[in-house]
Design a protein around this ligand. Structure first.
Ligand code: ATP
Ligand code: MG
Length: 436
């Protein structure tokens, strides 16, 4: 942290020595004032990009079209951007053109929120023309200038507003919030990918449920270019109280939300594709959502029994689900069940009160921990060895037989030892042939 700041100060000093104005701007100033760790020190300067390039040994022309040169010092990249103002915004996202200017003040004026529109010079003097510090002290998030204009220039700012409000525990100032409500339909101009990036940051930030509550209140996600399940956020009761932070990974939090949104098999998948989530992320969410759908479907087939000892059926179903959807996904699902008994599922049952369900919550973790095998490759026998022992020809039956062995071994009703497995394979093979 300190080393990073020293390098950044070195860049500001070098620019100053060459006769240019240079300041820290944006997030680093805000985070320093708040005593938060600073991720990156961005620098704004009166020097033109080619002048910046001439002053430093290692530079990368990262964003020359908007005046940004990356200066590399001790392998650390720093973005140095020429003071600029932005031309008209014609597409609700990016300005048509940018124009270099000589005034820091004007540069700060184009920024989104007062707390992001502060600068600091080499000596640590704060330049804060829009009252960002006072707003932070009062716990307020406010647009620079006319909120209505700012949101209609760049509709992404509405999502940033919600992300920053939740992340920093700020209340959007009433004018800013009203403008957001009015501009919400403009969200359709924002690429789905950008929406995903903001959602990811909200969900991995310091107050994911706070962010969801704000999203619910303004109904912003009803206005995405492609329709999402997230448009139904307002149907989730007490969304602000969801214990999302009890789940560590982003995918687990997403799965929980999709379950709350009643997104069945397929729905979460279509949604996540629209949002351009990675294939692996979709699969991980899928394992949890699909395991829930499968379990609920199976559950519906069981009549309610007296609650008592952990029932055999409960354990069998649970282990079977682990074999189908993986142990990790099921562990997450159990955590979700523990947090929230109101998981909706495709079949439409809202509250799960079934005794078997209670057993899963009570014993599910132990059952998974006790599973001696979870995948075919954990079996102490290979398909080849089974084929040789039975002197049979490989066919669809081989896979079925191995799955049956795996199921018994996973439940502990068959020891995971070669001889025992082969013996069981013989018996199963016999039964299968009898049945044809
Ligand atoms: P963090 O990186 O922690 O999200 P940040 O404030 O550094 O916060 P960035 O997205 O990195 O945010 O942008 C850096 C600065 O650029 C912001 O502080 C803000 O002044 C300005 N900025 C970024 N995006 C926008 C935007 N869409 N509209 C107006 N100003 C913006
Ligand atoms: Mg930043």
């Amino acid at each position: 942290g300190q080393a990073l700041k020293q390098h950044a100060l070195g860049i500001v000093a070098r620019l100053n020595e060459a006769g240019f104005e240079a300041y820290f701007v944006g997030g680093c100033v805000r985070d320093e004032l708040l005593g938060r760790p600073v991720k990156d020190y961005d620098i704004a300067t009166s020097a033109r990009p080619e002048q910046v390039e001439a002053l430093f040994q290692r530079t990368v022309p990262t964003g020359l079209q908007h005046g940004t040169v990356t200066v590399v010092v001790h392998r650390q990249p720093f973005e140095v951007t020429t003071f600029r103002k932005e031309g008209d915004y014609s597409d609700y996202r990016r300005p048509h053109s940018v124009e270099y200017i000589d005034s820091l003040h004007e540069d700060l004026q184009r920024r989104d929120f007062t707390m992001n529109a502060m600068a600091m010079d080499l000596n640590g003097r704060l330049i804060d023309p829009f009252g960002g510090q006072a707003d932070l002290e009062r716990g307020i998030l406010r647009c620079v200038g006319s909120a209505q204009e700012r949101f209609s220039e760049d509709a992404l700012r509405m999502l940033r507003c919600i992300r920053f409000a939740a992340e920093y525990g700020l209340k959007p100032e009433s004018g800013t919030w009203l403008a957001l409500l009015g501009a919400a339909p403009l969200l359709r101009h924002i690429a789905m990918e950008r929406i995903r990036a903001e959602l990811e940051r909200m969900l991995t930030g310091s107050d994911p449920s706070g962010a969801m509550l704000l999203l619910k209140d303004c109904r912003l996600l009803a206005h995405t270019k492609e329709k999402l399940c997230w448009a139904r956020l307002d149907e989730i009761d007490s969304v602000g109280e969801l214990d999302l932070r009890k789940l560590t990974r982003l995918e687990d939090r997403l799965a929980y939300l999709y379950l709350k949104l009643g997104a069945g098999q397929g729905d979460y998948d279509t949604d996540m594709r629209k949002l351009t989530f990675a294939k692996k992320q979709i699969e991980e969410v899928g394992r949890i959502v699909e395991a829930n759908a499968w379990l609920m479907h199976e559950l519906a087939a069981y009549t309610v029994r007296d609650a008592g000892e952990p029932s055999h059926e409960a354990r069998e179903l649970w282990v079977e689900a682990a074999l189908r959807y993986g142990i990790d996904g099921l562990q997450t699902l159990r955590t979700i069940y523990k947090l929230d008994r109101n998981i909706r599922h495709a079949a439409g049952t809202d509250t799960v009160t079934h005794p078997i369900f209670t057993e899963w919550i009570r014993h599910g973790e132990a059952w998974l921990a006790e599973m001696p095998v979870a995948r075919l490759r954990d079996l102490a026998v290979t398909g080849q060895e089974v084929l040789e022992a039975l002197q049979g020809k490989a066919g669809p039956w081989t896979g079925k037989l191995l799955q049956a062995l795996l199921r018994q071994a996973a439940l502990g009703s068959l020891p995971n030892r070669k001889e025992a497995l082969i013996q069981a394979a013989r018996e199963l093979y016999g039964e299968m042939q009898e049945k044809g």
